[in-house]
Design a protein. Sequence first.
Length: 469
Amino acid sequence: MPTDEPDRVPGRRAAHFAVVDPATGETFDEAPDQQPDELDAVVDRSHRAWHGWRADPAARTTALRVAADAVETAGEDLARLLTREQGKPLAESYAEIARTTARLRYFADLAPTTRRITDGRPVHSEIRWRPLGPVAAIVPWNFPLQLAAAKFAPALAAGNTVVLKPSPFTPLATRLLGSVLAAALPEDVLTVVTGREPLGARLASHPGIRHVTFTGSVPTGRAVAEAAAASLARVTLELGGNDAAVLLDDVEVDRIADRLFWAAFRNCGQVCMAVKRVYAPARLHGEVVEALAQRAKTVVVGAGLDPETRLGPVNNAPQLARVEQVTRRALADGARAAAGGHRLDGPGYFFAPTILTDVPPSSPVVTEEQFGPVLPVLPYRSLGEAVDAANGTGFGLGGSVWGTDLDRAEAVADRLECGTAWINHHAELSLAQPFAGVKNSGVGVAGGPWGLYGNLRPFVVHRPQEEGR
């Protein structure tokens, strides 16, 4: 998942930086450009707030429930601002607010379980759980609020405090969310900081931070891990994916085409666990391409605030250039655009929804994460070939198998090298399930009880069964 910074202005850093509306390509607001040396005071206040926050689990539960209600009440303002700076259709922004609220409520009611160990010795051994301390949450621009909540909700529920840094492409809705939460939470329990690099690098390496949770690109994730290693802070890294959808030879194309299209193109393809490659049996390949291309040609593309829009713009200029680059490279290598294949005329960061066929398997649009409204569809001759191709990149976040024989589809899904495999759908997650990748797609686990325990450390107490023995 790319996390490029906005272009810098030579010379001394300004006190604020511009925020661009991706539907117009024009600046519409600005956000504070906080300096790295300001973090010392922020983290110190976060550490002092931690002592009171960790001490009362019942008060935490109440505060998080109140926080969820406050976010729900502010939903309209949050959604409209989110669409303005991120670009997604307003309905998707409302869904993101709902998911943010749901995470707060879910983790408010989740608590670690004390466990007694019985091992034949004349002692009682009890495992209890303690929070880590201040947590740094560094969030990308594709789902600024939802991914922020995925980090701060379990951290806060576990008794930690949080310093939250959004992407400089989408800082405004996160700042508003921080203000909404501030009314429900004790002072300095959750702090939002905004700014361009090296603010994030300094936060990740700050000696007062005990856990760094980051979502973004593989290169930046490696840099975050190296920075956190200086203070031996725990890291949780979700580093994007290049999810494959494998269509079996019994698939009914007309029945799954809508689901498959939106599994790839929701949020303009800017979803870490979106379908980014489709492998179809050779005899069905043309039918699959035609079905997806028809949808790509007819979907309504436009500004997210327009109620008719189903697909918004790419979020930022560097990402638009990236999408354009990998598409042009594929076309130059012999691929054909069954739909799209080009940037749309006019203002804003719009790229035509694109279905590619005849794509060389070695093309970067196949082997890398394009993270935009571009989908290659590749034919296969044997199922083994398809599974090997699906597993043949350095990513392993998610994958899916599509067919009518569910037992057979599940057997194929079990062969995918990824953290989550879906059958006949894709990128649908329960708040109660773990979310993790393999290979370059990440380190650690988010979601469900696993997300809670990822923000805790075990504390073991031993005591004799009888005093004096």
